[in-house]
Design a protein around this ligand. Structure first.
Ligand code: G3P
Length: 220
């Protein structure tokens, strides 16, 4: 399973790189707003800096802030011109679906975001979105099971051999990542703190301490 980091922060992207787990980056307008960028030019340059940290097949999702079809496709094309690694992230709305269809016909990569139901995921696949981003944590927040949504989308996509890649988003804890890997989706996009939490196990700490104590006791 691919590991994307859900951040617009260059330091965090570098951390993911140095940990050796980076497969891609996703951003959204809230994450961009945390980076104290004050103009369109600065935002474009920032996407450029993210792209320069990526390698091989890795890509970065950059989200449009327009909400109507005409502006979405204009903004999407502009984002795609910044760098070939840019994937245009488009919200799941009627205008958004039309924009994904338009951009995918023009061979511009897309990621359909704010997906909370199987019906929405079917539409994203029908119009040829490269990625679909179901928001697991936010589904859990409203007392449904975000992982069930992932299972259902995976089944439906298998039934019809849809090529849209499932990118599990809104990852809140390590179990989300583990369960997504059991279901077998293409990727998760996660904050670094959740990726770090995969490292932790109390028996690892206890075991390491014992190994080192035994070794020191013998050698002294
Ligand atoms: O990029 C979208 C998504 O991952 C948001 O996550 O934690 O704000 O629900 P969260």
């Amino acid at each position: 399973m691919k590991f994307f980091v859900d951040t617009a922060n260059l330091k965090e992207i570098n951390e993911a790189r140095s940990l050796g787990i980076l497969d891609g980056v996703t951003t959204n307008p809230s994450l961009i707003s945390k980076e104290s960028l004050s103009s369109q030019k600065e935002i474009q340059d920032h996407y450029m800096s993210i792209c320069s940290l990526l390698r091989n097949e890795e890509d970065v999702s950059a989200e449009v802030i327009s909400t109507n079809y005409r502006d979405m496709i204009k903004e999407g094309e502009k984002l795609s011109f910044i760098h070939p690694r840019i994937v245009v992230k488009i919200p799941m709305t009627q205008d958004g679906i039309k924009a994904i269809k338009y951009l995918s016909n023009k061979k511009i990569k897309t990621n359909c975001t704010l997906v909370f139901s199987t019906g929405q995921a079917i539409l994203a696949a029908k119009v040829g979105s490269n990625y679909v981003s179901p928001f697991i944590g936010r589904v859990d927040d409203v007392s449904y099971d975000g992982l069930d949504l992932i299972r259902e989308i995976k089944n439906i996509y298998n039934n019809y051999h849809f090529r849209t890649k499932i990118l599990g988003a809104s990852i809140r804890h390590s179990l989300h990542i583990i369960e997504c890997s059991k279901i077998g989706i293409y990727a998760v996009t996660s904050p670094m703190k959740v990726i770090y939490s995969l490292l932790n196990h109390p028996l690892t700490n206890i075991g390491l301490e014992k190994f080192l104590t035994d070794y020191k006791n013998k050698m002294n």
